[in-house]
Design a protein around this ligand. Sequence first.
Ligand code: FES
Length: 300
Amino acid sequence: MMAGHPGQTVAGSGHEEWAVVDYIGVSDIQNLVQSMGAGVFMERLAAEIESDYRRWGEFEKSARLASHSTHGVIELMPTSDGHLYSFKYVNGHPRNTSVGLLTVMAFGVLADVDTGYPLLLSELTVTTALRTGATSALAAKWLARPDSRVMALIGNGAQSEFQAIAFCRMLGIEELRLYDVDGAASAKLEANLRSLPEFASVRIVRTRSTAEACKGADIITIEGLSPDSSHPVQQAWLTEQVPQCGYCQSGQIMATAAYLKSNPSPTDADIDANLTNICRCGTYERLRRAVHRAAALMRA
Ligand code: FES
């Protein structure tokens, strides 16, 4: 990693006119997580995210800029708080896996607003996975019952390990139930978790079905809503084609499913007042239509 500050030059490098920009690569992130411990890292990351949410109004917000092509999309996500400016570059190319490539890659830049100098260039592929786990646990910290101790983790791919680490650390999960249609994915997740000291006292149970995993669990991820996307809210979301990037949509769907239990016939005003999850892609119009559709399906 190179050290640098805005306007700093590399003395004796023969390139005095160049400013040096810090770089954080995948190995830097891995070293940081290992040195702190995965659970502590996630908890501190969640605290940073929470403090930024608490000053949400200070951020300049705009819809992400998407460039669609035949095989995928490349998006830029800019923001600024008036002092620091940043953007994230992220792609989504579903067919990449067929040629041994990742579906999603990301990197980002942090810059000084006053000078416009870039301060930091960072990989954001691994970091995004860490961020997603920390953000999910942060949401659950505020939304789940405080005495929640049993969690069903349905879908045991790479992201689920980050979810498990964050939830067990931040919510004190004592029993983790795993289910995936691919049993090998659950076995791999279990082995990875068991190798972490944080999971020494967590009961990890591999289950044979979604139903078995969810029975009596306190926290259920979106896959627990139905085994085949047949829940009325999921059906309405599919019909109205609500998601754009999809990042916020698990939360939108779970919030809607919970809200419709208490208000089966919401008005637009009810929806706006009660379903307040934020969508950076601005899918609110389609989301509202989907909520009405889901409500009608549930009343039928
Ligand atoms: S943030 Fe992209 S669909 Fe909501």
